[in-house]
Ligand binder design. Structure first.
Ligand code: IMP
Length: 217
């Protein structure tokens, strides 16, 4: 029944103008941020919990681009909706870009973020401040209902890894990430301040600009 409904939705939205977009992520932190960041689009955002019949894809790509495209294509073809996926992560220079695309799985998929952050801090234990440089990366892909990727946007936020987790805002590695020029972690910033600096905030601005090709806004 649900599939039937979304197939109808497919025909309603299969023109060049998306009337709604599926936010293809189960990560509650990302969903909350996108709901705020994409407000200027003035478009209906559908969440994955409305489509529980779609199983999660395996993220087999080796780059953020590959995984963002893979997820957008996968969810678009199964939902019949325009679908956007963000693949993102933390790259630490001293660890040759790790955890990178494996950020969500670092230390094991079941490891808590306290454990993942502890692992990062342990690996950086013998480093000097200048060796703790890092960046957050976000790549957003938008696929049309046929599964064709129509748009890619990306954002990078440079910074460094703090000595210890600080703050309770945000999600994931936010408590150990100091954006460049700030002595407070993302975990110590409210949503608005984080989004004005963050990788996802920058990628969303580019995404909205490129979306004007479809919507004319
Ligand atoms: P994926 O894109 O679903 O593979 O997972 C991205 C992972 O990168 C998240 O689960 C977090 O561990 C991390 N990550 C991405 N963006 C952020 C952010 O804004 N703050 C903290 N951690 C993030």
């Amino acid at each position: 029944m649900a599939m039937f409904f979304y197939r109808i939705g497919h025909f309603m939205t299969s023109s060049n103008i998306p009337k709604s977009i599926l936010i293809a992520t189960g990560n509650k932190g990302k969903i909350r941020e996108f709901e705020q960041l994409l407000l200027p689009l003035n478009i209906l955002l559908v969440k994955l919990d409305e489509l529980p019949f779609i199983a999660e894809p395996e993220e087999t790509g080796t780059t953020f681009h590959d995984n963002a495209k893979l997820k957008a294509e996968y969810y678009a073809t199964r939902s019949g909706l325009w679908s956007m996926a963000d693949d993102s992560g933390l790259e630490i220079d001293h660890l040759k870009g790790a955890p990178g695309v494996l950020s969500a799985r670092y230390g094991g998929a079941d490891a808590s973020y306290s454990e993942k952050m502890r692992l990062v801090l342990d690996k950086l234990a013998s480093t000097t401040e200048s060796e703790r440089s890092a960046q957050f990366v976000s790549v957003i892909a938008l696929a049309d209902p046929s599964g064709t990727v129509r748009l890619i946007a990306e954002g990078v936020c440079r910074g460094s890894i703090a000595d210890a987790p600080r703050g309770t805002h945000g999600f994931g590695y936010d408590p150990i990430f100091l954006p460049a020029g700030f002595d407070r972690t993302f975990g110590e910033m409210n949503d608005e301040e984080k989004q004005s600096l963050s990788h996802r905030g920058k990628a969303s601005i580019q995404f909205i600009r490129k979306m004007s090709d479809f919507t004319g806004v």
